[in-house]
Write a protein that binds this ligand. Structure first.
Ligand code: ZN
Length: 228
């Protein structure tokens, strides 16, 4: 193991993945989180059960080379491959200088995207008037939240260009929904990424449940919902 590898971040990734598994965000080996430390970018391998990750399974990649995946320290098991999400995570490191990026396969994200993009086409999730919006960077509870939705692709890495375009079109938004798939959320730190991911998931669920209950005229969350 490389001497400049800091074990606290791999341990944190394992702990967060267990929490995300409990929320239904990373079941079936999908989803995960990547964190940038002073020595590089820590990322999980592809295909492993995220709730059973061990610190020695985590890759350390060079954060000075964001155009490819340059491994500084591989996992203990040389058969492991880097997560397919790597280019998507790198979008947030490159375009937003993020400190951490997470990817969730939350059912609420999938259903919320479906409400606003019923055929899986590119679109925009909208909600307004919820207290939990205050957990998002630069957003108040009476503001309108808009999150871009991009179409899914057969392979995760093929999302890279459309995700980057959506990020550039929505410079004040720290999330991109992927139709029929899930959501990417990032932040300056792992704590901000986690907080924002939790708040977005709440908003997605609120929109789905509001639609199910027949509240309001459209698929969004009405301005009167959630006050007090
Ligand atoms: Zn995914």
């Amino acid at each position: 193991m490389s001497a400049d590898r800091n074990e606290s971040i791999p341990e944190l990734i394992c702990e967060l993945c267990r929490q995300f598994y409990g929320l239904g965000w990373v079941s079936g080996t999908g989803g995960g989180i990547s964190i940038r430390g002073p020595e590089g970018i820590y990322i999980a391998p592809s295909g492993l059960q995220k709730e059973r990750l061990r610190p020695e399974d985590i890759f350390l990649l060079d954060h000075a080379r964001l155009d490819d995946a340059h491994v500084l320290c591989p996992p203990a098991d040389s058969r492991l491959k880097i997560s397919e999400c790597r280019p998507l995570f790198y979008n947030a490191f490159k375009l937003r200088n993020a400190g951490a990026v997470m990817h969730s396969h939350s059912l609420w994200a999938v259903l919320a995207a479906r409400l606003f993009s019923p055929r899986g086409e590119p679109g925009e999730f909208v909600c307004q008037g919820l207290e939990m919006q205050k957990g998002l960077r630069g957003v108040g509870c009476f503001d309108t939240v808009r999150v871009p939705i991009i179409a899914n692709t057969a392979r995760e890495a093929e999302l890279t260009t459309s995700m980057a375009a959506a990020m550039q079109a929505y410079p004040n938004v720290d999330a991109v929904l992927v139709a029929g798939h899930g959501v990417y959320v990032w932040g300056e730190t792992w704590a901000q990424a986690k907080t924002q991911a939790e708040c977005y998931d709440y908003l997605f669920r609120a929109a789905v449940e509001a639609e199910r209950l027949g509240l309001g005229s459209g698929p969004g969350v009405g301005p009167g919902v959630g006050r007090g």
